[in-house]
Design a protein around this ligand. Sequence first.
Ligand code: GSF
Length: 202
Amino acid sequence: MKLIASLTSPYARKARIVLAEKKIDYDLVLDNPWSGETGVPNLNPLGKVPVLVLDDESTLFDSRVIVEYLDGVTPNNRLLPASGRGRIRVKRWEALADGVLDAAVAAFLEAKRSKVEQSATWIARQREKIERALEMMSEELGEQVWCSGNAFSLADIALGVTLGYLDFRFPDIAWRETHPNLARLYDELMARPSFAETVPQA
Ligand code: GSF
């Protein structure tokens, strides 16, 4: 299978980390969806990465669908509980972490527009979402080792990817100082090759 991705996309990073943790072989195909030559719209009409292209040439998107599919491909290193409340808890963590990414990406893109075009109110609204969600994530992690249950899961991957993206695009958001328990988990995650080898690159 092939993963169409860019090295800056946090959603693509989530999929790459899952592929590494599950030890699934794949080809990484780099494609910048913002470039004029991108082939992404031919694979995903939404024009977004990541896209997973299976061996029968069928395509999967978005990242949440991709990672759920990948977790079921092999039984080793389960990242989602098979069913029940535990599974929903992990997916809720993922929704929260991805929601922070959605707000962060929106704020980043808005800030790239010319000064006359951009809206400070819009950027502030996105940043409030980020602050509130960081607060909730920190509260819910508390003193637990992992986000959900007693084991490393997709919840930790989603959170770690989000924190890494904030470092990459919003170094002024001092989440380590305001939420030391998130920093403690992030350091733990960065010790894993799957995280260390996929740090976003400009
Ligand atoms: C979001 C993918 C996305 O926004 C997912 O896969 O989970 N909900 C989707 N990808 C961005 C790159 S990035 O900011 O990660 C993308 O491909 N944007 C191109 C565009 O035209 O919006």
